[in-house]
Ligand binder design. Structure first.
Ligand code: HEC
Length: 447
């Protein structure tokens, strides 16, 4: 795929506006539409299962912003949607090498549905976005504009470690000076996609292309590599120091595993097969992985719509189906009491699972169609932080009062895939990761 066609999206808004005027564009202008949140464009699509499936299949790499939905302020034709959808399936269809689009996705029906709802007249109903005030947000540009800052982690000194997935490099950001120092990874096309920092300060980094876990020693800075034999998605360290991962595209069997750092050995565990998708190309798409306070290892299935709990000692599994079909449980987190907090990417809700009772509770977010992507628990303060794919905003949720606070981000198209919280200051670090998307950056929110 070619995620680097940024130049054509970076044109000045003025130019777009005048071009659209010359064509007699409807109100609002192309510039207004360009300033619209993806959530406003998603609002034009009718709610329901078809929309949830669309959000899952078609807004995971890039957002559904004006650039995708209505370039130059005009609705795409059915033929234009059809040809784009064919190309997308060649990049990421269920039988491709990066199967993140469900097997059921077809260009013709997708194009028909989109062209029916995204029209020049439906676009004209989009209200110009109010100016945003973001005094407590600071953005930091990455050295390489076409990079994908996929994950962020705050270290014990308050510095921020960033995975440059497309530059194949790690970066260490000093928030005070804004300096971003590159840290090379000794692996070919390393594509670092996720990081955790353990209690001793070692970095554990998942390398996508090379299918490895890499450890960077906190004192020597030396790297150690461990082959894991599958394209990994997420990483977590358990109380015994074992490093867990899941296989993003495993399905039959669907697998998770762990590295025992004392021996270097890898142990794999088969997840109970998904009742439908284990036998379907693309499969359930294993996604987040988190270790609970009781040592249980949890994963979500983005396509499979389940949460699965693994007891490492007993080697048992238990699956929980999400309450809404195709809701897209994405990067969930677990609080100190063992509750799971799940962002429903396609369902648009914040959902809590109590593993003891199996009961789910759902909350609507302050912005409809926000595409909540990631939840992280601030263990020090008890709040939850929710990064979104379509709202250009991050939400804070106080579970004691069930109140949300919205933090607008300065940039349009700020698809937030990962976030981390500085335990000492409560500052929140977010990584924008649309592909293609805006020039690469991370942001700090000071609540
Ligand atoms: C694996 C990541 C990925 C997924 C999933 C994905 N896209 Fe894309 N999309 C891209 C990339 C990369 C580009 C830019 C390159 C291009 O246009 O081919 C793009 C560009 C586009 C464009 C702009 C094309 C143009 O000519 O300006 C449209 C429209 C689009 N995607 C629609 C979709 C739809 C509809 C789906 C769901 C079927 C989808 N995308 C799923 C990666 C993805």
């Amino acid at each position: 795929m070619n995620p680097f066609r940024l130049s054509r999206f970076a044109f000045p808004a003025l130019l777009v506006a005048s071009a659209a005027l010359a064509q007699g564009a409807p109100t609002p202008t192309a510039a207004d539409l360009g300033a619209a949140r993806a959530a406003q464009l998603l609002e034009l699509l009718p709610d329901g299962e078809e929309k949830r499936r669309f959000v899952l299949d078609c807004t995971g790499c890039h957002t559904f912003d004006a650039r995708t939905a209505a370039p130059g302020g005009r609705a795409r034709t059915r033929a234009q949607w059809d040809s784009a959808a064919h190309r997308m399936l060649s990049y990421a269809g269920a039988t491709s090498g990066f199967p993140v689009i469900a097997a059921a996705r077809e260009p013709a029906t997708t194009a028909e549905w989109l062209a029916r709802w995204i029209t020049d007249s439906s676009l004209a109903t989009i209200a110009p976005a109010p100016p945003r005030v973001t005094p407590n947000v600071r953005e930091y540009l990455m050295p390489m504009a076409q990079d994908l800052p996929h994950d962020v982690a705050v270290d014990a000194d308050g510095k921020v470690v960033i995975t440059g997935m497309f530059s194949h490099t790690m970066y260490l950001l000093d928030p005070a000076s804004g300096a971003m120092d590159p840290v090379a990874i000794p692996a070919d096309r390393a594509s670092p996609r996720a990081i955790v920092i353990d209690d001793r300060g070692a970095w554990w980094v998942l390398l996508g292309g090379p299918r490895r876990i890499a450890r960077r020693d906190p004192v020597l800075g030396a790297w150690t590599m461990h082959d894991i034999g599958m394209y990994p998605h997420s990483i977590g360290v358990d109380p015994a120091g074992r490093v867990w991962f899941n296989g993003h595209f495993t399905r039959d069997p669907e697998q998770i595993g762990f590295l025992d750092p004392t021996t270097g050995s890898i142990t794999l565990r088969d997840v109970p097969p998904h009742p439908v998708l284990a036998k379907v190309a693309g499969g359930p798409i294993p996604y987040e992985l988190r270790v609970a306070p009781d040592g249980a290892v949890w994963i979500s299935e983005l396509g499979g719509n389940r949460l699965v709990r693994h007891d490492p000692a007993a080697n048992t599994f238990r699956a929980f189906d999400m309450p809404t079909p195709h809701s897209g449980p994405r990067r969930f987190d677990i609080d100190a009491a063992g509750m799971l907090w799940i962002p429903e990417y396609a369902g648009g809700k914040l959902t809590r699972l109590d593993p003891a009772t199996g009961r789910f509770t759902q909350w609507d977010l302050p912005v409809r169609n926000a595409a909540p992507y990631v939840v992280r628990v601030d263990r020090q303060r008890g709040d939850l932080w929710i990064g979104t794919g379509a709202a250009d905003a991050v939400f804070r949720f106080d579970p004691r009062t069930a109140q949300f606070t919205t933090y607008d981000l300065p940039t349009r198209g700020a698809l937030v895939r990962h976030l981390d919280i500085d335990p000492r200051t409560g500052a929140v670090w977010v990584a924008y990761g649309a592909s293609p998307g805006v020039p690469a950056r991370v942001a700090r929110i000071e609540p």
